[in-house]
Design a protein around this ligand. Structure first.
Ligand SMILES: [Zn+2]
Length: 169
């Protein structure tokens, strides 16, 4: 079955073969598109997410709680829809939750201070993420992009990989 659907990236009206489920690309802008169904069984076309919880090892995912895993998934979904600040906010939210859990500190700033004390080799790196979290959480002018959303997601992942031995469920 062919349906007409607009490309979520460039708006081009595309004729898509919904029977060939899976990934296709926009004939106008080349965006990778995923065909599927939503909860009401309507046909959907979503921008393919370039990153997501699948980038994590199973061992690490199992150490995360539901909120943290959901935050990473929502980060990926938001980026796939072009909501890049929202994407960064959600991946940093996962980091905030883990940081507060492993340090028993109640605030983001105190948790990051404690991690910097205990893991000096992380300090510049996690300090950068502290600043980014404050930028995307506050309503001053802030810009993001697919590249920045992916970079933040990857930086959160590297930090959690590093801290993995300290995370207990
Ligand atoms: Zn397009």
């Amino acid at each position: 079955m062919e349906i007409n659907h607009n490309c979520p990236d460039c708006g081009e009206n595309l004729s898509l073969d919904m029977d060939s489920a899976g990934i296709t690309s926009c004939s106008n802008c080349g965006a990778q598109l995923e065909l599927g169904d939503d909860a009401a069984a309507n046909k959907t076309v979503r921008r393919v997410k370039s990153f997501g919880p699948r980038d994590y090892t199973d061992e690490l995912l199992e150490k995360l709680n539901d909120l943290e895993r959901n935050s990473l998934e929502e980060s990926a979904i938001a980026s796939g829809q072009g909501a890049y600040i929202a994407s960064e906010f959600m991946s940093l939210r996962a980091l905030e939750s883990v940081s507060r859990r492993i340090t028993n500190e109640g605030t983001w700033d105190n948790a990051i201070d404690r991690i910097e004390e205990q893991h000096g080799e992380l300090s510049g790196y996690i300090g950068m993420l502290r600043d980014r979290r404050n930028e995307v959480a506050h309503p001053d002018a802030v810009e993001s992009s697919e590249h920045l959303a992916e970079r933040t997601f990857e930086q959160v992942k590297h930090t959690l990989d590093y801290l993995e031995d300290h995370i207990t469920d």
